[in-house]
Design a protein around this ligand. Structure first.
Ligand code: DAT
Ligand code: MG
Length: 147
């Protein structure tokens, strides 16, 4: 089954939106298979955003993501990578559609509340970067056949 990495960024945590954001994915039917609330180190932040290291906003990005705790989790489900990206909305919250997380709650491109892996390859890389094998929980949901 497909998995993706999701992170509620420091602005989402500070604004009290962990529950709101997580509940959207739960109601959609995606399964939480790992989760943690952590203060990100500069090393982890830099590795996570490695693809952006040449961009002018890289330092700002790293200092933002390490400024306050984040809530990181892994979701499992059919097409979960693509569907989570659609539920997040466009990178710039002012351009994101209403009904998406960024479209409903975001105000600026720097503080856009949420990260979600953008491809299967990114998902695999990010899951391995943020989580260790023993942090995954295996369980069955009796509702599965209804979703
Ligand atoms: P996404 O988070 O939608 O995958 P991305 O990977 O292009 O977007 O960029 C990663 C993060 O970097 C993004 O969530 C917010 C920040 N960012 C992107 N473009 C930016 C810009 N032009 N100015 C400031 N921050 C930016
Ligand atoms: Mg990205």
């Amino acid at each position: 089954m497909e998995r993706t990495f999701v992170m509620i960024k420091p602005d989402g945590v500070q604004r009290g939106l962990i529950g709101e954001i997580l509940s959207r994915f739960e109601r959609k039917g995606f399964k939480v298979v790992a989760a943690k609330f952590i203060q990100v180190s500069p090393t982890l932040a830099e590795a996570h955003y490695d693809e952006h290291k040449e961009r002018p906003f890289f330092d700002e990005l790293v200092s933002f993501i390490t400024s306050s705790p984040v809530f990181a989790f892994v979701l499992e489900g059919q097409d979960v990578v693509r569907v989570v990206r659609e539920m997040m909305g466009a990178t710039d919250p002012l351009k994101a559609q209403p009904g998406t997380i960024r479209g409903d709650y975001g105000r600026s491109i720097g503080m856009n509340l949420i990260h979600g892996s953008d491809s299967l390859e990114s998902a695999e890389r990010e899951i391995n970067l943020w989580f260790e094998k023993h942090e995954f929980v295996t369980y069955d949901r009796t509702l599965e056949s209804w979703m």
